[in-house]
Design a protein around this ligand. Structure first.
Ligand SMILES: NC(=O)c1ccc[n+]([C@@H]2O[C@H](COP(=O)([O-])OP(=O)(O)OC[C@H]3O[C@@H](n4cnc5c(N)ncnc54)[C@H](O)[C@@H]3O)[C@@H](O)[C@H]2O)c1
Ligand SMILES: [Zn+2]
Length: 362
C-alpha cells in the first residue's frame, strides 16, 4: 500500500490550518502537534467502538474524557450540546482544553459548535470518518446543531486547528454513505475542475473499490477546491454558494422524502436536473449532461428524482437560503469545470427540467 501523506493548507490568515490525508494516519503519525493536557473526544456509538481506541493509544500522556453520542442526525441536538457542556464543566475543563471530533458530519458539526462556544472558544480538531465529512463538512468552518424548528438553526463559523483524514476509516462505511460522499466529490469536479472530473471518470473502478491511492487523491483535490472557495469567501457572501450545486433541488427531494433519500443521493439527482436545465437553455451540451449522468450512475448514485408535483418542488425550493426577494437563485453548470449562480423565475422551464430527470410514472 502506498503510504504517502498529502497536506493541504486552508489559507485563512492567522486562522489557517492544515489538513493531512493518508492511509493509516490514525496509527502511523502523531495525531496532532502540541495538544493540551485536557481533551474531550467526541464520538458516537458506531464510530467509537471502531476507532476510539486507536486515537486514545496516541493520547496516553493526556487527560482524555470520551463523550459518546447516539448515532444519527437527531443527535446533533440542543440536548446533546447541553450534556457535553455539563461534561466539560464537571471535569473542570479550562480554556486551554481541546475538543476532538471523531466521526461523520454529525459529530463534527456538534463538536465544532461546542468548541466555538465553550468559554467563548477552545481549540478544535477534526478526525472525519465519513467520506462526506472528509471532503465537505470538515473543511470550511461551518458548525451547527439542529433545533426542533429547523436543521442547522444554531451555529457558528469556527475553524479547527487541524484536520486528520485517514482513508482507511472508509473501509467500514456503508455503501450508501460512501456513495453519498462521492456525490460531493463529483460536485467539485463539475463546479471547478474539468481535469479532475476526467480523472474521476477514469478511476471509477478504483473509487468503487475504495483503493487508498485513488481515495487520497480524490479527497485531496476535493479539499483543495473547497479550501480555495472558502478562502475566497469564508462567510458565503458570493462564490461559496457554488458549493451548493444540485443542493436546491436536492433539499426539496430530502424534505419530501427524508426517510428514504440521503443527502448525497438527493444532491446527485439534483445535479442532473441542474445540468438538464442548462442543456435546455443551450448552455451545456448533451454530451456534457450524459457524462455527468454516467459518472454519478457508475458511482452507484441515483440520477432520477422521485415523482413530485411541481407545486411541491416550488414550495420546498422557495425555502432555499439563496432566494432573494422571492426569486430563486440556482447554481448551474456552465461547462464541466465551471458553474454560475443565476436568478431563475421561469418555473415552466424549471419544471420541464425536473420532469425530464424524474422517475417516469409509466
Ligand atoms: N459543516 C458543514 O459544512 C457541513 C457540510 C455538509 C454536511 N454537514 C452536516 O453533516 C451531517 C452529515 O454528515 P455524514 O453524512 O457524515 O453523516 P453521519 O455523521 O450521520 O454519518 C453517517 C453514518 O456513518 C456512520 N459512520 C461514520 N463514520 C463511519 C465509519 N468510518 N465506518 C462506519 N460507519 C461510520 C455514522 O455513525 C452514521 O451512521 C449533517 O448533519 C449535515 O448537516 C455539514
Ligand atoms: Zn451537500
Amino acid at each position: 500500500m502506498q503510504k504517502t501523506t498529502q497536506q493541504i493548507i486552508v489559507g485563512l490568515g492567522e486562522r489557517s490550518y492544515a489538513i493531512d490525508i493518508g492511509a493509516g494516519l490514525l496509527t502511523r503519525t502523531p495525531l496532532f502537534n502540541a495538544l493540551p493536557q485536557q481533551i474531550l473526544l467526541l464520538t458516537n456509538t458506531v464510530v467509537g467502538p471502531l476507532y476510539a481506541e486507536q486515537v486514545l493509544d496516541q493520547l496516553s500522556q493526556h487527560k482524555v474524557i470520551v463523550h459518546t453520542i447516539d448515532d444519527g442526525e437527531q443527535a446533533k441536538s440542543l440536548v446533546n450540546y447541553g450534556a457535553i457542556m455539563d461534561t466539560l464543566i464537571q471535569h473542570n475543563f479550562n480554556r486551554d482544553c481541546a475538543i476532538i471530533a471523531l466521526g461523520g458530519g454529525v459529530v463534527g458539526d456538534l463538536a465544532g459548535f461546542v468548541a466555538a462556544t465553550y468559554q467563548r472558544g477552545v481549540r478544535f480538531y477534526q478526525i472525519p470518518t465519513t467520506l462526506l465529512a472528509q471532503v465537505d463538512s470538515s473543511v470550511g468552518g461551518k458548525t451547527a446543531i439542529n433545533h426542533p424548528g429547523g436543521k442547522n438553526m444554531v451555529g457558528a463559523f469556527y475553524q479547527p486547528q487541524a484536520v486528520l483524514i485517514d482513508t482507511e476509516c472508509l473501509q467500514t462505511l456503508s455503501d450508501r454513505d460512501y456513495a453519498c460522499g462521492l456525490a460531493e466529490v463529483v460536485k467539485y469536479g463539475i463546479i471547478a475542475d474539468a481535469d479532475f472530473f476526467t480523472w474521476l471518470e477514469a478511476h471509477v473502478q478504483e473509487l468503487n473499490a475504495r483503493e487508498s491511492a485513488a481515495l487520497t487523491y480524490a479527497i485531496q483535490r476535493s479539499c483543495q477546491i473547497k479550501a480555495e472557495v472558502v478562502a475566497a469567501d469564508e462567510h458565503e457572501q458570493s462564490v461559496r454558494a457554488l458549493l451548493n450545486l444540485g443542493h436546491t433541488f436536492g433539499h426539496a427531494i430530502e424534505a419530501a422524502h427524508y426517510d428514504t433519500w440521503k443527502h448525497g443521493e438527493a444532491v446527485a439527482a439534483g445535479t442532473i436536473i441542474a445540468a438538464q436545465l442548462m442543456f435546455q437553455l443551450g448552455e451545456l451540451t448533451a454530451v456534457e449532461v450524459t457524462r455527468i449522468e454516467n459518472l454519478l450512475q457508475s458511482l452507484h448514485l441515483p440520477v432520477r428524482a422521485p415523482l413530485m408535483q411541481l407545486e411541491q418542488w416550488q414550495a420546498f425550493m422557495q425555502r432555499d437560503k439563496k432566494v432573494q426577494d422571492g426569486t430563486i437563485r440556482l447554481v448551474l453548470p456552465t461547462a464541466i469545470g465551471s458553474a454560475t449562480i443565476r436568478p431563475m423565475a421561469d418555473w415552466q422551464m424549471i419544471g420541464e427540467a425536473i420532469k425530464a430527470m424524474s422517475t417516469s410514472d409509466d
